[in-house]
Design a protein around this ligand. Structure first.
Ligand SMILES: *[C@@H]1O[C@H](CO)[C@@H](O)[C@H](O)[C@H]1NC(C)=O
Ligand SMILES: *[C@@H]1O[C@H](CO)[C@@H](O)[C@H](O)[C@H]1NC(C)=O
Ligand SMILES: *[C@@H]1O[C@H](CO)[C@@H](O)[C@H](O)[C@H]1NC(C)=O
Ligand SMILES: *[C@@H]1O[C@H](CO)[C@@H](O)[C@H](O)[C@H]1NC(C)=O
Ligand SMILES: *[C@@H]1O[C@H](CO)[C@@H](O)[C@H](O)[C@H]1NC(C)=O
Length: 257
């Protein structure tokens, strides 16, 4: 409901700006899902630092060594949710253990948000030294969830809130640490386990800078901007908004004001 509403609002905003949005092209829909600027499914639209993939009508997010289905998108807050890897049959190991779980490229504008509650499963003894590993929340989760029944036989589990400097680019599983994980977005701790939401990992994208230009022609069509050198990045030029306009990163245009 909320997602639908947000998408609608976003569409209305886009339509209102359509006449100004010629230079920075929004990517076409993926199946029925709108692809908001700056996300890019192709080299000729969006911002190329914000690559995601459209595959058979569904959006996917590629991490360093793995790939995840995008299950929902919220353009206003610059966030989307991916479906975490499944557990291998009858074992307490997630299928992305070989790629060490979710590892984002820290040079790209995507981060794991602090709205995720991460439950690490099948951890080594060494994990017990971490504060989140003595809580009983993860044991209650295992006890109440058939999907992770195999984890009953793995004694050590941990619960963490994601985000902050150390976890913002990864949800790490590995042989020497924890071998499986589940994640929940905006989890209400007071709910009984059987009323927890579907697992998900929320990812946020940083506001995109002005689009790169080769010449003024790339900034034409009423973007109300001028192609000029980027003061922070030598050799790169961008379409900077003319005076009286400011860059609106959520729609990718210069707006009055
Ligand atoms: C825990 O992970 C190891 C892999 O390191 C696996 O062999 C073992 O079966 C897992 N434990 C359970 C209970 O699935
Ligand atoms: C990711 O893939 C690269 C190249 O395939 C490999 O060198 C690297 O070890 C992998 N990293 C992880 C964490 O699996
Ligand atoms: C991470 O992203 C940067 C910027 O796009 C890219 O140059 C680099 O090759 C990426 N690193 C890996 C390991 O994919
Ligand atoms: C495990 O679940 C059962 C029923 O679902 C409940 O009776 C029991 O108290 C739970 N045990 C723990 C340790 O949470
Ligand atoms: C901004 O773009 C709009 C649409 O093309 C145009 O009508 C308007 O004159 C432009 N404003 C300036 C200051 O260039």
């Amino acid at each position: 409901m909320e997602v639908k509403h947000n998408v609608l609002l976003f569409t209305v905003a886009l339509l209102m700006c359509a006449q100004f949005a010629m230079s920075v092209r929004r990517c076409s829909d993926c199946g029925t899902t709108p692809v908001p600027y700056p996300l890019s499914t192709s080299t000729d639209c969006g911002d190329q630092s914000y690559r995601i993939r459209c595959e058979t009508g569904r959006l996917r997010f590629d991490t360093l060594n793995s790939s995840y289905l995008i299950t929902s998108l919220k353009p206003q807050t610059q966030r989307f949710v991916i479906r975490p890897a499944n557990l291998l049959p009858n074992s307490c190991v997630t299928s992305d253990l070989p790629s060490q779980g979710i590892q984002l490229n820290s040079s790209l504008p995507f981060t794991v948000t602090s709205s995720n509650t991460i439950i690490y499963l099948n951890c080594s003894d060494a994990a017990l030294l971490s504060p989140g590993c003595s809580s009983s929340l993860c044991r209650a989760y295992i006890n109440g969830t058939s999907e992770v029944a195999a984890c009953e036989d793995a004694p050590i589990c941990c619960t963490f809130r994601a985000g902050g400097s150390t976890t913002s680019y990864s949800i790490r599983v590995r042989d020497a640490g924890c071998k499986a994980y589940r994640s929940f977005v905006n989890l209400d701790w007071s709910l009984p386990v059987n009323r927890w939401p579907e697992p998900g990992v929320e990812i946020q994208w940083a506001s995109p800078p002005e689009p790169i230009c080769g010449s003024q022609a790339d900034c034409s069509e009423g973007l109300n901007s001028t192609c000029g050198p980027d003061p922070t990045l030598a050799g790169v030029s961008r379409c900077f908004c003319n005076s009286g306009f400011k860059w609106d990163p959520t729609v990718g245009v210069c707006v009055e004001g």
